[in-house]
Design a protein around this ligand. Sequence first.
Ligand code: ZN
Length: 177
Amino acid sequence: MDTQTLTTIPPDGKKYVVSSKKPEKRASGIPQIHMASITLNTSRGPQFIDITELVQENLDLCGIKEGNVFIYSRHTTAGIVVNENEPLLIKDMYRYLERLASPADEYDHNDFEVRTVNMCDDECANGHAHCQHLTIGCSEHVPVMEGKLSLGQWQRIFLLEMDRPRTREIYLQFFGI
Ligand code: ZN
């Protein structure tokens, strides 16, 4: 890639940018779209499940070399995040989620005496998991270059379960050439 020095300087006059890379055409032709899905059973909540290798294996199967992958959780109490797979940090993040929305707090969603909407036979108290999900979100995008997920050194892709053990479905949409 060509490297050039940034010519625009932020209004405060400080020069934050060391270098930048000009846009580079990496592929041309008609882009393809491939869809894959992963279904898995989680074993606790919260739980980080590292799905990076699964995503890369599916990328290998569809053969896209340049483009991106969209990783999407089809749930309201389980999301997709990119973060570091370091056991002590994961414990810290469990505590962070609990501070964000503790299962011990009260939620109207958990009041089955009053609630009538979207009630299932196996309904359980998961108001905290929905509220945590507000911050976590459903999806991530990762660039694909030379057939590989272009993750940073410590970046891994996780399914984050915030509810009880459940069966979860993740869609992978690959877009590129
Ligand atoms: Zn719920």
